[in-house]
Design a protein around this ligand. Structure first.
Ligand SMILES: Cc1ncc(COP(=O)(O)O)c(C=O)c1O
Length: 352
């Protein structure tokens, strides 16, 4: 992994816990994303990682005008930021079917169920959701022709296929590629069933592999890559995927709030400030990289290790979350740094 730490200057006025964002790293991660994809046409980044209008504005500056969103709130801020083509990456059910009208015609949704395909208003733009083995949502490719036919017969605008292959996450790129090629061989026979199909694929681990397809595709088929995490990157992906050279752009600021033993500190970075979904450790704190996590609960993080010995109550520390996406919506705003200096705040507006 690149040097994960960025410069942080005087933070004495910033209450903790808080998010710190290095804007230059965000910009360079996004530029790198565009480079790997081979241009913005092949890119439909997921906005679930940041959920912030300010980051959407940077994406627009770079010419990115398509995105994926996980929720109605995310789709709303994407449209408000000027995204021309938003894929709300879930199948609408219950009241969401009627609520789609609020978002307008620049939004597409997923479908994997014949009953929902028949219930959606005619003309709704859809991608058929394909399950390549993750077993979360979608139909296996072999059952997709029936859903495609039902959606077409129901007069939906079938734009293409959606493949989220988060289970393909081998650290070794050769092994990852082998699993990817095997999965994609099951998708290829579906493409002739749709006019000018768009294949929206992947998150970060398979991003370079979907990007290769995008760069080598024929004019009739468009591949769009949908990574989300690279905008901020995190400790988990940085360590698992050395081939993906993004930089950690977000730190969580905390302070020592108590010192229960000479080699043990209690920080204010509880699970309200850093996502508790990965197993412990959930954050790597600078200077305490090898420390053992003794406690991580709502308001407290207790770390034990030699790095704690010189620390005193009140000392500020920064850490990098293992999993960044669910860390961001725990905060309503973030402090933005340029060359270590706090220059502005960005709001996290789509927290649900
Ligand atoms: C459907 C979908 N697409 C894209 C992504 C982005 O993946 P990543 O976080 O690996 O960049 C996710 C992440 O959870 C996702 O659920």
């Amino acid at each position: 992994m690149n040097d994960p730490w960025f410069e942080v200057g005087d933070l004495s006025d910033i209450p903790s816990p808080a998010l710190l964002i290095d804007e230059a790293r965000v910009r360079s991660n996004l530029a790198r994303m565009v480079g790997i994809a081979g241009g913005v046409d092949n890119l439909r980044p997921h906005i679930k990682t940041h959920k912030m209008p300010a980051v959407l504005a940077i994406k627009r500056e770079l010419g990115i005008d398509k995105c994926k969103a996980a929720t109605f709130e995310e789709a709303r801020i994407a449209l408000d930021a000027g995204m021309a083509d938003v894929l709300l990456a879930k199948q609408p059910v219950g009241p969401d079917i009627a609520r789609l009208a609020e978002l307008g015609s620049d939004v597409s949704v997923l479908v994997d169920d014949a009953g929902i395909a028949r219930a959606l208003p005619s003309g709704t733009k859809v991608f058929v959701d394909i399950d390549l083995g993750m077993a979360r949502s979608g139909v296996p490719p072999e059952r997709a022709p029936a859903i495609i036919a039902t959606a077409q017969a129901a007069d939906l605008a079938v734009r293409g296929l959606h493949l989220y292959d988060g289970h393909i996450h081998q650290s070794d790129l050769t092994e990852r590629r082998a699993a990817f090629d095997q999965a994609m061989a099951r998708v290829d026979p579906l493409l002739p069933l749709i006019d000018s199909p768009v294949v929206v694929g992947g998150g970060s681990p398979t991003f370079p592999l979907h990007a290769e397809r995008a760069k080598n595709s024929s004019a009739e088929i468009r591949y769009e890559c949908s990574p989300g995490t690279p905008v901020f990157w995190d400790w988990g992906y940085g360590h698992c995927f050395p081939d993906l050279d993004f930089q950690c752009a977000v730190h969580v600021l905390g302070r020592v709030i108590s010192k229960p033993a000479a080699d043990t500190v209690c920080l204010d970075i509880g699970s309200k400030a850093v996502a508790p979904d990965p197993p412990i450790p959930r954050i790597v704190v600078r200077g305490l990289e090898g420390a053992a996590t003794l406690v991580h609960n709502e308001e407290h993080l207790v770390l034990k290790g030699q790095g704690a010995v010189p620390l005193a109550v009140g000392d500020p520390l920064v850490g990098i979350p293992i999993h960044i996406c669910p860390t961001i919506h725990l905060h309503s705003s973030a402090w933005v740094l340029e060359k270590g200096k706090v220059v502005r705040q960005w709001q996290v507006t789509a927290r649900r």
